[in-house]
Structures are given as C-alpha cells and as structure tokens.
Design a binder for this molecule. Sequence first.
Ligand SMILES: Nc1ncnc2c1ncn2[C@@H]1O[C@H](COP(=O)(O)OP(=O)(O)O)[C@@H](O)[C@H]1O
Ligand SMILES: [Mg+2]
Length: 172
Amino acid sequence: MRLIELRLKNLNSLKGEWHIDFSDPAFLNEGIFAITGQTGAGKTTILDAICLALYSQTPRLGDITGSTNEIMTQGTGECSAEVIIEIDSKRYQCYWYQHRAHKKAKGNLLPIKHEISEVQTGKILEEKKSKTSAYIQNLIGMDFNQFTRSIMLAQGSFAAFLKSDIGDRARF
Ligand SMILES: Nc1ncnc2c1ncn2[C@@H]1O[C@H](COP(=O)(O)OP(=O)(O)O)[C@@H](O)[C@H]1O
Ligand SMILES: [Mg+2]
C-alpha cells in the first residue's frame, strides 16, 4: 500500500483544513522525511488522521464512537480525515467524518460516517460505518495493530524497540 494524499480538518490542535500530498516530488525524491515541530504542534495528529481514515480509531483514543469524540478540535462543530491510498496501481479514497448538530461546537455529536470508494470511478465500495474498517483491513492486509506498529515505529515506540529483547523485536 502506498499513501498518496492526506486531508484532515479540525483534529486536535490542527484546526481548519490541512492537506499533505505525499506524491509531491519533494517527498519522492528524498525517499525518507521527518515530521518535526514542538511538542503539541500536531505531529502525532497527522498519524492519528491516517488511522482514523483507515480504521476509525487512533492509538491514543481507541475507537471513536458516536457519543464521544475527543479528537475534534475544541470549539469546532465538525472534523474529518481522508486518505488516498494506492494498491496494485489502483487508488482508493478512505473518508471519515463526524459533525455536531448544526455543525455548532455545542451541538450534540451525530453519527460517524466512514466510507471507502474507488478514486477513478467514484464508486462507493463500502459506506456502512460498522463494515468499512473491516473492508479496508482486508484490502490493505493489515489490522489496526499491525498498521500502527509499522507506521508508528518512528514515534514513541522506537525507544521500546531498541530496549526490547531480540526475540521480542519481530513483534514490532
Ligand atoms: N480536542 C482538542 N482540541 C484542541 N486541541 C487538542 C484537542 N485534543 C488534543 N489537543 C491538543 O492537540 C495537541 C496534540 O498534538 P500532538 O499531535 O500530540 O503533537 P505532537 O505529536 O507534535 O507533540 C496537544 O497540544 C493537545 O493539547
Ligand atoms: Mg507526538
């Protein structure tokens, strides 16, 4: 699986709309890049957004349910995370969204929307919140734990990896 694009809106300290195009030559040419910034700037939130779009959960908050949403930026009435991924030369859009009544910060939380569609045709492959994560998991061949272990290694778990016993390392 290749990550092509990420869009997010109102997640944690990342208020407003944000867009990262991983297909930009700047990323491709370097092959490896770092996300830097002060603590609380929103580095981990970028990874949270990818997890939300794919699995509707984050390592920090677990499954985001219809009734609690601590990731929506305080004082806002909606939040979203969307990724474009590529598998075997085919592109898919994975979209996660939740809003409050009237999109007002004090409105009641409304049900989460989570869907996957084909980029080329716009055809929706799954749009039931209860089924979309499983659909995406099958498609990319990794469950949430495997995915977070592989992409989050650069984050806090890296120290744990270095300190772990050899036998344990295969688990990362
Ligand atoms: N619902 C929220 N609304 C606004 N800010 C939030 C919310 N939840 C968490 N935050 C803030 O978002 C930031 C999270 O940043 P994080 O992505 O962990 O940053 P980094 O990884 O760069 O240290 C923290 O400063 C936290 O206080
Ligand atoms: Mg962090």
